[in-house]
Ligand binder design. Structure first.
Ligand code: ADP
Ligand code: S3P
Ligand code: MG
Length: 164
């Protein structure tokens, strides 16, 4: 069964997922990496085709990934798709949380298209609009604001070991 990491941009899904996968000796999938491999850089997809198109290709990539026995780091908005929400109901889902103060330095220099104009203000608004979805899907939530990646990985493996 896959383990799925969700949460807002900069929460650490990609970095934690990679370390978690090596800790539990499972394959790692970052759905944004797969999108980029197949369709090119995410900011260019947004600029060329728009967010709606991005969500369609993202869903295809996510649907394939969820069939694999692996640690899966989703992009922050992947949970917006109703079919992905339905898929995640039956899987172990970890919501990585982070405060605006802690995430701001993590996002500096980022090319995330949804933050290109609004910066941290946009990040906060996006989080609030998605919060109910993250709440509904999460089986475990971890505030990453003041925790090391190693500590977060430990908490997830302890929880998952007990949950299995
Ligand atoms: N627990 C953490 N403490 C400090 N920095 C972190 C932590 N987790 C991730 N980061 C850093 O924050 C940035 C965003 O992390 P990333 O894994 O890309 O987030 P996401 O995939 O959720 O958008 C990266 O530079 C990463 O190294
Ligand atoms: O929250 C979002 O809508 C997005 C998050 C990004 O991934 P991360 O959450 O890994 O930054 C990436 O999928 C894209 O820029 C859109
Ligand atoms: Mg990521």
């Amino acid at each position: 069964m896959p383990i799925v990491l969700i949460g807002p941009m900069g929460a650490g899904k990609s970095r934690v997922g990679q370390r978690l996968a090596s800790a539990v000796d499972a394959p790692f999938i970052d759905t944004d990496v797969r999108i980029t491999e197949r369709y090119g850089p995410i900011d260019e997809i947004f600029a060329r085709e728009g967010e709606e198109y991005f969500r369609i290709i993202e869903r295809e990539i996510v649907a394939d990934a969820l069939r694999e026995e692996s640690v899966i780091s989703l992009g922050g908005g992947a949970v917006l798709h109703p079919e992905t929400q339905a898929d995640l109901e039956d899987l172990p889902v970890v919501w990585l949380q982070v405060s605006a103060e802690a995430v701001a330095p993590r996002l500096s220099g980022s090319t995330r298209p949804l933050l290109a104009e609004g910066g941290i203000g946009a990040w906060k608004a996006i989080l609030e609009s998605r919060r109910p979805v993250y709440e509904a899907l999460a089986d475990l939530r971890i505030d990453t604001s003041r925790r090391s990646v190693a500590r977060i990985v430990e908490e997830i493996t302890e929880w998952f070991g007990g949950a299995r």
